[in-house]
Design a protein around this ligand. Structure first.
Ligand code: PMP
Length: 355
């Protein structure tokens, strides 16, 4: 701690994201990245970048990208906000739409960044416990909160709420903003984007980091009523007038243009997920139903930490959460079939199958 730190810096602890080990032979199943590269059209768009487009400032409105996202969801461009990963979009949302005198409600357990932003921006947090099956209970959210945010599917559990439940939550809290964080929606869920035109208090946030394999490019977006988007624009403009760099804007457009690639990648991830779920189930794991690109599995005997360590020694990195209610579970990202076979072989050996 330096004497030069402000009150704000003193009050924060560093956020520790999932590790990004450099070892080439590692099987990295800890941060829910896509195992498949982005569309070749994305790579071509990056390679085609010329000096002129780097010399100049990028389009401050990200017009082409916002137009293609709007078309994708049947909305108008003024209902679309883009930013550097959904983390940045969410951070602006906390400051621009969720900081109110009344507390912000979110599920406990859910995305670990929510309490971090509450701390950063001085927002009171109201935690709404998951039910006994580790599912979000939409009826448990308090009537008088200043805002609601929830991931759907939830992270790290992977459990999905149906659109009817999401709609009940939005309709029942018409006096505050409800943010649905859909980082994993493309792996089995139905997006609340279809409700945006009907509910002025709904903001849907998505990312290109998972189903579109562009975590390294940092592109996320929000969909909502034009007035909500204007609130986000005001906050963004006070940080940086350019939402995304020029390369990210071009590459993200190309990602939306290649629908076939997107469909194929997500179909493969879902097929692998279902296969691995069956195999882990046969080994005695208890799996939560997953609509995401990861599995959340209770390790036999609750020995999650021991298995996490054993896998690490084999060069396989998964995610262990040292916190009550989920400390007997591992979150396992879905990799290629080959990577998952390596995982299953290591788990079988640890369980003593055939040995
Ligand atoms: N929301 C949830 C629920 C997530 O799990 C993540 C990624 N870990 C994000 C948002 C942020 O993703 P990104 O910033 O890469 O778009």
């Amino acid at each position: 701690m330096s004497r030069f730190w402000s009150e704000v810096a003193r009050g924060l602890s560093p956020y520790v994201p999932g590790e990004q080990p450099r070892h080439p032979r590692l099987v990295k199943l800890n941060t829910n990245e896509s195992p498949y590269g982005p569309s070749p059209r994305v790579l071509a768009a990056v390679a085609d970048t010329d000096g002129d487009s780097l010399r100049r400032y990028p389009d401050p409105d990200a017009s082409a990208l916002r137009a293609i996202i709007a078309a994708e969801f049947g909305l108008a461009a003024k209902q679309v906000f883009v930013g550097n990963g959904s983390d940045e979009v969410l951070a602006h949302t906390f400051l621009g739409l969720l900081k109110h005198p009344r507390p912000l409600a979110f599920p406990d357990i859910s995305y670990s960044f929510y309490p971090v932003w509450c701390g950063l921006y001085g927002i009171e947090a109201q935690r709404v416990p998951l039910d006994a099956q580790l599912a979000i209970d939409v009826d448990a959210f308090p009537a008088d909160c200043g805002g609601i945010i929830l991931p759907n599917p939830n992270a790290p559990t992977g459990r999905l709420l149906g659109l009817d439940q999401i709609e009940r939550l939005i309709a029942g809290h018409s006096d505050c903003v409800v943010v649905v964080d859909e980082a994993y929606i493309d792996f089995g869920g139905e997006s609340a984007a279809a409700l945006v035109d009907r509910y002025p208090n709904l903001l849907v946030v998505q990312t290109l980091s998972k189903s579109r394999a562009l975590a390294g490019l940092r592109v996320g977006f929000a969909l909502g009523d034009a007035q909500l988007i204007e609130g986000l624009d005001r906050v963004k403009d006070s940080f940086n007038s350019y939402p995304l760099d020029a390369i990210a804007q071009r590459a993200a457009v190309a990602a939306f243009e290649d629908r076939a690639w997107f469909e194929d990648c997500r179909r493969r991830v879902v097929a692998t997920r279902e296969r691995v779920a069956v195999s882990l189930g046969a080994l005695g794991f208890a799996l939560l139903p997953s609509a995401a690109n990861f599995l959340f599995a209770r390790v036999p005997g609750g020995a999650a930490r021991a298995l996490f360590t054993a896998l690490r020694e084999e060069g396989i990195i998964v995610r262990y959460f040292d916190r009550p209610r989920i400390d007997e579970y591992l979150r396992i990202s879905i990799g290629t079939d080959e990577e998952m076979d390596r995982l299953l072989a290591a788990v079988e050996a640890w369980c003593g199958v055939g040995g």
